[in-house]
Structures are given as structure tokens and as C-alpha cells.
Design a protein around this ligand. Structure first.
Ligand SMILES: Cc1cc2nc3c(=O)[nH]c(=O)nc-3n(C[C@H](O)[C@H](O)[C@H](O)COP(=O)(O)O)c2cc1C
Length: 201
């Protein structure tokens, strides 16, 4: 099978990582994949913040935990989720009331993508993210998009400033990378083709 198709089919979100740093050369290759993503009018609106400092990653994870804990306590969590609401809240509880890092899963590398607001900046940065996931996979590196982190970190100007994200930029994507403890052999089941494709011939 063609390598790209194979990577697309075999990529999985990884939530268990080896305690091993990702070499700089590989990190650069992953970012390069983001740089080569398509973007509207070739605007390339993305900026990448690369965090390899494990203490910093843990601090950010703890901040997210505290943020959710406070909202759970006040019963102000429902507004954050669209459906399926209950499932979202259960996931948050599981990740919040534990000593483990169930937001970044102890990943050794965090890449935040930010961008100035534009017409298509969300789509541009999403294209960059997927490029990065696929190249990571091809280099034997696991990855996962952490939407819970986007949600929380994007609301704190203090954290964004600490991360060097300019005032006129928004946080678009929080991505983790690392050597997978193991790569699952199979993709998650996908919806039936008939349910998601409409042909107009
Ligand atoms: C925008 C976005 C946000 C996500 N947020 C999280 C998250 O906060 N935590 C997590 O463990 N996985 C997160 N994921 C991973 C999804 O759960 C995962 O992609 C999905 O279950 C399909 O599994 P697969 O990636 O292994 O194919 C996110 C994925 C996307 C695209």
C-alpha cells in the first residue's frame, strides 16, 4: 500500500508515551510538515510554540485540571460542551480527579499552533495539524490533539503570554507528540460509507 494511505489508515491518537525525548531533528521535520500545509491565499497564518520542558508541560496540565475542578465545583461545566454533554463531563471528571496527567498523558513534546484571526485561520491550522500527525506517524512518533487544552488555555491571557503567544494571536491547536508505548494495530471503527457520503453523479 502507498505510504501516505497506510499512514492515514494506521494513525491513531496516542495516549501512552515512553519516557523518551523526541530528537530535535524529528521535531523540526514535524513542524516542517505543518509549514507545508495548504492555507487560504497561501496566508500561512500559523505560528508554532514548541514545548519540550517536561516541568512546563506538567504545569500546564495541572492548570487545566484546576480550571476544570473549579468549574465542576460551581456546576459551571455544562455550558462548555455541546452534545453529547454527559459523555464530555464524565471524561472531564476522569481526567480531573486524579494525580495522573490525563490531559497531556506525560507526553514529552507539546506543540501549540496559534494564528491571527482571519477568515479561514481555523481551517488553515487544522490542515497544518493533520500534516504534522501524519509525518509524525511516518517517523514512528505518536500524537494526539488535545481539544480540552485548547479550550482552557485559550482563555488565559497570562498563560498565552507566558507561552509567547502574541495578543493578536489565538490558540488554535494543542498537539502532543512522543514515542508511543505501542501503536494500536487497528484504526477506530469508522462510520459506514453510506451514512456519510452522498454521490451526485
Ligand atoms: C479537535 C480534536 C480535539 C481532540 N481532543 C482530545 C482531547 O482533549 N483528549 C484526547 O484524549 N483526545 C482528543 N482528541 C482525539 C480524538 O478523541 C480521536 O481523534 C478520536 O477518538 C478518533 O481516534 P483516532 O484519532 O485514534 O482515530 C481530539 C481530536 C480532535 C480532532
Amino acid at each position: 500500500m502507498n505510504q501516505i494511505i497506510d499512514n492515514i489508515r494506521k494513525r491513531r491518537s496516542i495516549r501512552k508515551y515512553k519516557d523518551k525525548a523526541v530528537p530535535r531533528k524529528i521535531i523540526e521535520e514535524i513542524i516542517e510538515a505543518g509549514r507545508y500545509a495548504p492555507s487560504s491565499h497561501n496566508s500561512q497564518p500559523w505560528r508554532f510554540v514548541v514545548v519540550t520542558n517536561r516541568k512546563k508541560i506538567r504545569e500546564l496540565s495541572d492548570y487545566i485540571k484546576r480550571w476544570f475542578r473549579a468549574r465542576l465545583k460551581l456546576g459551571r461545566i455544562a455550558a462548555i460542551f455541546s452534545s453529547p454533554l454527559k459523555e464530555g463531563i464524565e471524561k472531564i471528571k476522569k481526567r480531573t480527579y486524579t494525580e495522573q496527567d490525563l490531559f497531556f498523558y506525560d507526553a514529552p513534546l507539546l506543540v501549540l499552533i496559534c494564528s491571527k484571526k482571519g477568515t479561514f485561520h481555523i481551517k488553515d491550522c487544522s490542515c497544518a495539524s493533520q500534516n504534522m500527525f501524519l509525518v509524525a506517524k511516518s517517523l514512528d512518533i505518536g500524537s494526539c490533539w488535545i481539544g480540552f487544552a485548547d479550550l482552557v488555555l485559550s482563555k488565559s491571557r497570562r498563560i498565552l503570554t507566558e507561552l509567547g503567544i502574541p495578543r493578536d494571536h489565538e490558540l488554535m491547536a494543542t498537539l502532543i507528540f512522543g514515542y508511543a508505548e505501542k501503536f494500536p494495530k487497528q484504526a477506530f471503527p469508522r462510520k459506514e460509507e453510506a451514512a456519510i457520503i452522498k454521490w451526485i453523479k
